[in-house]
Design a protein around this ligand. Structure first.
Ligand SMILES: Cc1cc2nc3c(=O)[nH]c(=O)nc-3n(C[C@H](O)[C@H](O)[C@H](O)COP(=O)(O)O)c2cc1C
Length: 270
């Protein structure tokens, strides 16, 4: 069991954990006689969302085998730690990079990107995804060929990409991956709509983290399309499935001077 109880030397009895938990009053409740907050797993595994751990003012929740918490200055004041204008510019400046330097990214930097991806929100906190970084150009080449072959199979689909690839073939050796030095693959065991949302969310975390490390990225929907129609494709690179999405990553060989126009959406306020 990940949550194993309450450290009564620390617990101040505030009861925040009772409502912090998405199952309020189930795992945590208040003992009527002693007025103590108690934890009972009822023999069930919780979501391990950690809301109880992060909301407990006394750090009194006991847990095992789920890693460690961390905190930082101003965690309770994220508004001043990363104010809207900075966050907005960071988000708006995130561009797809399709020209990369050949130089490899050091492993410790790539691990930082992976670390950020590990903190992405996933539906009901299911963490059914695995991450693989492929830097071997031969493997990427084989995978690129397999993806292209798959895209060509369906006429209507290929019509969308044919011209783009014929132009890209003149520029790139591995066109599907824009000759990037690395490609990060995210596979999910959840072959359902939520799995797709999870992976999308994870990619966005990874791409934003990469941007903050001076790296460029580009979402690779072609991998996803090809894998959808032929899940065997992933075996080319010994990747797990059934859902597979990827993004290219490396030092950008382009500069962006401004944010392009975007039709800003107007929300209806009802
Ligand atoms: C789900 C998804 C799939 C994408 N697939 C590809 C792709 O296969 N190849 C590619 O070059 N760009 C791909 N992109 C990048 C978009 O084409 C890109 O976001 C768009 O051109 C806008 O440019 P920007 O990202 O620089 O703002 C994808 C983006 C998303 C969100």
């Amino acid at each position: 069991m990940p949550i194993v109880g309450i450290d009564y030397e620390k617990c101040n009895g505030c009861g925040v954990c009772l409502t912090a938990c998405p199952l309020p009053g189930y795992f945590y409740s208040r003992d009527v006689e002693s007025n103590k907050v108690i934890y009972d797993s009822h023999g069930k595994k919780c979501l391990i969302c950690g809301q109880c751990i992060s909301q407990c003012p006394e750090d009194a929740i006991l847990y095992e085998g789920i890693g460690d918490t961390f905190t930082f200055d101003r965690i309770q004041d994220i508004k001043s730690y990363s104010p809207y204008d900075k966050i907005f510019n960071t988000l708006a400046a995130l561009r797809s990079t399709r020209r990369y330097k050949k130089e490899k990214v050091p492993q410790d930097i790539l691990e930082k990107v992976i670390r950020a991806m590990s903190y992405a929100t996933t539906g009901i906190n299911m963490r059914a995804e695995t991450f693989t970084i492929i830097s071997n150009q031969e493997t990427l080449n084989t995978l690129s060929d397999a993806i292209l072959e798959e895209l060509k199979k369906e006429e209507s689909q290929w019509r969308m990409f044919r011209r783009q690839f014929s132009l890209m073939n003149a520029i790139y050796e591995i066109p599907v991956f824009y000759d990037a030095p690395h490609v990060i693959f995210i596979s999910s065991q959840l072959n359902m709509i939520m799995g797709g949302f999870n992976v999308g969310n994870i990619i966005t975390y990874g791409r934003l983290a990469a941007q903050s490390l001076g790296l460029g990225t580009c979402w690779n929907g072609w991998t996803q399309i090809a894998n959808n129609s032929n899940p065997k494709i992933r075996r080319v690179a010994k990747l797990k499935g059934p859902l597979l999405i990827a993004f290219t990553i490396g030092y950008p060989d382009v500069k962006f001077y401004r944010v392009p126009p975007r039709s800003e959406k107007v929300a209806r306020f009802i």
